[in-house]
Ligand binder design. Structure first.
Ligand SMILES: N/C(=N\S(N)(=O)=O)N1CCCC1
Ligand SMILES: [Zn+2]
Length: 261
């Protein structure tokens, strides 16, 4: 397990203050990915991603992150291959980040935290009639995780950052009509994959996680922009939206596979 010295001591947001353990949970997320314990699987296929930028609908602040939602009424923005048996439809993407650059990601690699982590949430529309039903099934969801590290300004992210002041408060939303989330993916195809869960309620064990090995770079101003968002609604006492991540969960009887040697 990751030693206490580099675990973050952030005061937990109400969402995470409760024990937040699933009784009998055996595949909870996030986890620490111990690089040397991951097992190369030569049968893992390359992940194929094809997003249609015009399926982008809006950005909204749901009181725990900001999310960009997509029209998932047809197979227009999908992923296929990798560890997946079916194709999965993009529903939304969102981020998790810290109050400071020393932490913020949900997953860690060899106990290293990144300042933020992007999650692209997809659902198995081949086998299930709706996202809500897929959330309850072991192979219902596929989430691509991308680490964000401090570095050069990310031009693609900047269009999102420019929209954040309009969704500063919980339950505010703005139209966001063309955005291609593949600009937020690293060019390196390498990933780890494991069977896990949602990291916020309902915490259901329905996620095939695909964690990209390489981070993308964003600059300090862009991370600071995330930290200007609020957990709170208009009129409430302001609480800055930071440290919106779940603590690491036990690996239990799971193996993390890698798509690379
Ligand atoms: N927790 C979640 N995604 S995550 N953080 O596990 O990727 N979600 C809650 C409902 C829709 C997505
Ligand atoms: Zn997430």
């Amino acid at each position: 397990a990751c030693s206490r010295k580099n675990t973050r001591n952030a005061a937990l947001h109400p969402l995470w203050q409760s024990p937040l353990t699933i009784p009998g949970g055996t595949r909870q997320s996030p986890i620490n990915i111990q690089w040397r314990d991951s097992v190369y699987d030569p049968f893992l296929k390359p992940l194929k991603i094809s997003y249609d930028p015009t399926t982008c609908l809006h950005i909204w602040n749901n009181g725990y992150s900001f999310l960009v939602e997509f029209d998932d009424s047809a197979d227009r923005s999908i992923i296929i291959g990798g560890p997946l048996e079916n194709q999965y439809r993009l529903k939304q993407f969102h981020f998790h980040w810290g109050a400071v650059n020393d932490w913020g990601s949900e997953h860690t690699v060899d106990c290293k935290f990144y300042p933020a982590e992007l999650h692209l949430v997809h659902w198995n529309a081949v086998e299930y009639p709706s996202f809500e039903e897929a959330v309850m099934e072991g192979n219902g969801l596929a989430v691509i995780g991308v680490f964000l590290k401090l570095g050069a300004r990310h031009e693609g992210l900047q269009t999102l950052v420019d929209a954040l002041p309009a969704v500063r408060h919980k339950d505010t939303v703005i139209e966001f009509d063309v955005f291609d989330p593949s600009c937020l993916l690293p060019s390196c195809p390498d990933y780890w994959t494991y069977a896990g869960s949602l990291t916020t309620p309902p915490l259901t064990e329905s996620v095939t996680w695909i964690i990209k090995k390489k981070p993308i770079e964003v600059d300090e101003d862009q991370l600071e922009a995330f930290r200007t968002l609020l957990f709170t609604s208009h009129g409430e006492e302001e609480r800055r939206m930071v440290d919106n991540f779940r603590p690491l969960q036990p690996l239990m009887d799971r193996t993390v596979r890698s798509s690379f040697r």
